[in-house]
Write a new protein. Structure first.
Length: 224
Protein backbone atom coordinates (compact mmCIF):
# COMPACT_ATOMS: atom_id res chain seq x y z
CA UNK A 1 0.00 0.00 0.00
CA UNK A 2 1.51 3.31 -1.06
CA UNK A 3 0.53 6.89 -1.85
CA UNK A 4 2.14 8.56 -4.83
CA UNK A 5 2.14 11.80 -6.79
CA UNK A 6 2.30 12.17 -10.56
CA UNK A 7 3.65 15.21 -12.39
CA UNK A 8 1.23 15.77 -15.26
CA UNK A 9 3.83 17.70 -17.27
CA UNK A 10 6.73 15.26 -17.01
CA UNK A 11 4.96 12.02 -16.10
CA UNK A 12 7.26 11.55 -13.10
CA UNK A 13 5.77 9.35 -10.38
CA UNK A 14 6.98 9.59 -6.77
CA UNK A 15 5.93 7.36 -3.88
CA UNK A 16 5.48 9.66 -0.87
CA UNK A 17 4.22 7.23 1.78
CA UNK A 18 4.25 3.45 2.25
CA UNK A 19 2.15 1.66 4.86
CA UNK A 20 0.46 -1.59 5.80
CA UNK A 21 -2.70 0.42 6.54
CA UNK A 22 -5.61 0.80 4.13
CA UNK A 23 -5.02 4.32 2.78
CA UNK A 24 -7.98 6.20 1.38
CA UNK A 25 -9.82 9.52 0.84
CA UNK A 26 -6.91 11.63 -0.42
CA UNK A 27 -7.88 15.33 -0.36
CA UNK A 28 -5.58 18.21 -1.28
CA UNK A 29 -5.79 21.37 0.78
CA UNK A 30 -7.85 23.92 -1.19
CA UNK A 31 -5.16 26.58 -0.62
CA UNK A 32 -1.88 24.65 -0.25
CA UNK A 33 -1.12 22.28 -3.15
CA UNK A 34 1.67 20.65 -1.14
CA UNK A 35 -0.58 19.61 1.77
CA UNK A 36 -2.54 16.38 1.53
CA UNK A 37 -5.11 14.91 3.92
CA UNK A 38 -5.85 11.18 3.89
CA UNK A 39 -7.34 8.50 6.09
CA UNK A 40 -6.70 5.04 7.45
CA UNK A 41 -9.82 3.26 6.24
CA UNK A 42 -11.56 0.46 8.12
CA UNK A 43 -13.81 0.11 11.20
CA UNK A 44 -13.76 3.60 12.66
CA UNK A 45 -13.51 2.38 16.26
CA UNK A 46 -10.33 0.46 15.44
CA UNK A 47 -8.30 2.91 13.31
CA UNK A 48 -6.58 6.26 13.76
CA UNK A 49 -8.34 7.69 10.77
CA UNK A 50 -7.32 11.27 9.96
CA UNK A 51 -3.81 12.22 8.82
CA UNK A 52 -1.95 14.90 6.84
CA UNK A 53 1.29 14.70 4.91
CA UNK A 54 3.32 17.02 2.69
CA UNK A 55 3.52 15.99 -0.95
CA UNK A 56 7.27 15.42 -0.58
CA UNK A 57 6.51 12.72 2.01
CA UNK A 58 7.47 14.75 5.09
CA UNK A 59 5.49 15.90 8.14
CA UNK A 60 3.24 12.88 8.51
CA UNK A 61 0.80 14.04 11.19
CA UNK A 62 -2.09 12.36 13.03
CA UNK A 63 -4.94 14.86 13.43
CA UNK A 64 -7.06 13.26 16.17
CA UNK A 65 -6.09 10.95 19.04
CA UNK A 66 -8.72 8.68 20.58
CA UNK A 67 -9.26 9.13 24.33
CA UNK A 68 -11.94 6.48 24.99
CA UNK A 69 -12.91 3.02 23.80
CA UNK A 70 -15.35 3.05 20.84
CA UNK A 71 -14.64 6.71 20.04
CA UNK A 72 -14.99 7.21 16.28
CA UNK A 73 -14.13 10.05 13.92
CA UNK A 74 -14.21 10.41 10.16
CA UNK A 75 -15.83 11.83 7.01
CA UNK A 76 -13.20 14.55 7.29
CA UNK A 77 -13.25 17.60 5.02
CA UNK A 78 -11.28 20.83 4.55
CA UNK A 79 -12.48 24.33 5.36
CA UNK A 80 -12.43 26.43 2.18
CA UNK A 81 -9.45 28.47 3.44
CA UNK A 82 -7.43 25.31 4.08
CA UNK A 83 -6.82 26.20 7.72
CA UNK A 84 -9.22 23.79 9.44
CA UNK A 85 -10.01 20.10 9.13
CA UNK A 86 -13.61 19.32 10.09
CA UNK A 87 -14.90 15.84 10.89
CA UNK A 88 -17.67 13.76 12.45
CA UNK A 89 -16.75 12.81 16.03
CA UNK A 90 -18.71 10.45 18.31
CA UNK A 91 -17.82 9.94 22.00
CA UNK A 92 -18.55 7.04 22.03
CA UNK A 93 -19.89 5.58 18.79
CA UNK A 94 -23.60 6.11 18.34
CA UNK A 95 -24.12 7.92 21.66
CA UNK A 96 -22.76 11.49 21.70
CA UNK A 97 -22.33 13.52 18.52
CA UNK A 98 -20.02 16.39 17.55
CA UNK A 99 -18.60 18.19 14.56
CA UNK A 100 -14.96 18.70 15.46
CA UNK A 101 -12.56 21.19 13.93
CA UNK A 102 -8.77 21.29 14.14
CA UNK A 103 -6.94 24.45 13.03
CA UNK A 104 -3.61 23.52 11.45
CA UNK A 105 -2.09 26.95 12.11
CA UNK A 106 -3.10 27.59 15.72
CA UNK A 107 -3.47 23.91 16.78
CA UNK A 108 -6.73 24.93 18.49
CA UNK A 109 -9.73 22.59 18.54
CA UNK A 110 -13.45 23.36 18.55
CA UNK A 111 -16.22 20.79 19.03
CA UNK A 112 -19.84 21.62 18.17
CA UNK A 113 -22.48 19.40 19.73
CA UNK A 114 -25.60 18.10 17.97
CA UNK A 115 -28.40 15.82 19.03
CA UNK A 116 -29.10 12.33 17.76
CA UNK A 117 -31.63 13.38 15.12
CA UNK A 118 -29.32 16.09 13.78
CA UNK A 119 -26.38 13.76 13.15
CA UNK A 120 -25.73 13.48 9.42
CA UNK A 121 -23.85 11.08 7.18
CA UNK A 122 -22.03 14.03 5.62
CA UNK A 123 -21.55 17.67 6.59
CA UNK A 124 -20.29 20.68 4.70
CA UNK A 125 -19.50 24.34 5.35
CA UNK A 126 -19.72 27.72 3.63
CA UNK A 127 -16.62 29.63 2.58
CA UNK A 128 -16.92 31.99 5.55
CA UNK A 129 -17.58 29.05 7.94
CA UNK A 130 -20.67 30.75 9.34
CA UNK A 131 -23.06 28.04 8.17
CA UNK A 132 -22.88 24.25 8.03
CA UNK A 133 -25.24 21.76 6.42
CA UNK A 134 -25.97 18.07 6.93
CA UNK A 135 -27.83 15.36 5.04
CA UNK A 136 -29.38 13.53 8.02
CA UNK A 137 -29.76 9.79 8.30
CA UNK A 138 -32.36 7.05 8.72
CA UNK A 139 -32.75 4.75 11.76
CA UNK A 140 -30.40 2.22 10.16
CA UNK A 141 -27.41 4.59 10.39
CA UNK A 142 -24.97 4.74 13.30
CA UNK A 143 -27.01 7.36 15.20
CA UNK A 144 -30.20 5.27 14.98
CA UNK A 145 -32.13 8.54 14.82
CA UNK A 146 -35.93 8.21 15.11
CA UNK A 147 -36.46 11.51 13.23
CA UNK A 148 -33.22 12.19 11.39
CA UNK A 149 -34.34 12.13 7.75
CA UNK A 150 -33.83 15.80 6.93
CA UNK A 151 -31.52 18.14 5.07
CA UNK A 152 -30.26 20.43 7.83
CA UNK A 153 -28.86 23.92 8.06
CA UNK A 154 -26.63 24.53 11.10
CA UNK A 155 -25.48 27.76 12.70
CA UNK A 156 -22.38 27.13 14.83
CA UNK A 157 -22.23 28.81 18.22
CA UNK A 158 -19.20 28.65 20.52
CA UNK A 159 -20.09 28.66 24.22
CA UNK A 160 -18.71 31.42 26.43
CA UNK A 161 -15.73 30.25 28.47
CA UNK A 162 -16.28 31.11 32.15
CA UNK A 163 -13.72 28.58 33.35
CA UNK A 164 -10.00 28.02 32.89
CA UNK A 165 -8.63 29.52 29.70
CA UNK A 166 -6.14 27.01 28.32
CA UNK A 167 -5.31 26.94 24.62
CA UNK A 168 -4.84 23.17 24.82
CA UNK A 169 -8.48 22.72 25.83
CA UNK A 170 -11.16 21.97 23.26
CA UNK A 171 -13.43 24.99 22.72
CA UNK A 172 -17.02 23.67 23.12
CA UNK A 173 -19.97 24.84 21.09
CA UNK A 174 -23.34 23.79 19.71
CA UNK A 175 -25.03 23.63 16.33
CA UNK A 176 -28.36 25.48 16.11
CA UNK A 177 -30.31 23.40 13.61
CA UNK A 178 -32.92 24.34 11.03
CA UNK A 179 -34.73 21.73 8.91
CA UNK A 180 -34.61 22.55 5.19
CA UNK A 181 -35.97 19.46 3.40
CA UNK A 182 -38.05 16.50 4.56
CA UNK A 183 -36.19 13.36 3.43
CA UNK A 184 -38.66 10.79 4.79
CA UNK A 185 -39.23 9.41 1.26
CA UNK A 186 -35.50 9.12 0.56
CA UNK A 187 -33.73 5.74 0.63
CA UNK A 188 -30.51 6.42 2.52
CA UNK A 189 -28.63 3.62 0.79
CA UNK A 190 -27.95 6.56 -1.52
CA UNK A 191 -26.09 9.17 0.52
CA UNK A 192 -27.35 12.71 -0.27
CA UNK A 193 -23.89 14.33 0.09
CA UNK A 194 -24.77 17.97 0.80
CA UNK A 195 -22.78 21.02 -0.29
CA UNK A 196 -23.29 24.79 -0.49
CA UNK A 197 -23.25 26.87 -3.63
CA UNK A 198 -20.37 29.40 -3.54
CA UNK A 199 -22.79 32.26 -2.81
CA UNK A 200 -24.15 30.20 0.17
CA UNK A 201 -27.73 30.75 -1.00
CA UNK A 202 -28.47 27.08 -1.75
CA UNK A 203 -27.75 23.65 -0.31
CA UNK A 204 -27.26 21.12 -3.11
CA UNK A 205 -27.82 17.37 -2.64
CA UNK A 206 -28.99 14.26 -4.47
CA UNK A 207 -32.06 12.22 -3.65
CA UNK A 208 -34.15 9.28 -4.84
CA UNK A 209 -37.29 10.50 -3.04
CA UNK A 210 -39.18 10.36 -6.37
CA UNK A 211 -37.76 6.98 -7.41
CA UNK A 212 -34.92 7.91 -9.76
CA UNK A 213 -31.93 9.87 -8.51
CA UNK A 214 -31.99 13.62 -9.13
CA UNK A 215 -29.96 16.62 -8.00
CA UNK A 216 -31.86 19.11 -5.83
CA UNK A 217 -31.16 22.52 -4.33
CA UNK A 218 -32.82 23.92 -1.21
CA UNK A 219 -32.81 27.67 -0.59
CA UNK A 220 -31.02 28.73 2.59
CA UNK A 221 -32.91 31.97 3.19
CA UNK A 222 -36.33 31.52 4.74
CA UNK A 223 -39.33 32.42 2.60
CA UNK A 224 -40.97 35.71 3.56
Amino acid sequence: MAMFTMNLQTGEVKVIHKATDWLNHLLFSPTDPKMLMFCHEGPWHKVDRIWTIRTDGTQLTKIHTRTMAMEIFGHEFWSPDGKTIWYDLQTPRGEDFWIAGYNLETKRRAWYHLNRNEWSIHFNVTRDEKLFCGDGGDPGQVAKAPDGQWIYLFRPELLANRGIDDEKFVQPGVFRAEKLVNMSKHNYRLEPNVSFTPDRKWVVFRSNMFGRTYVFAAEVEKAK
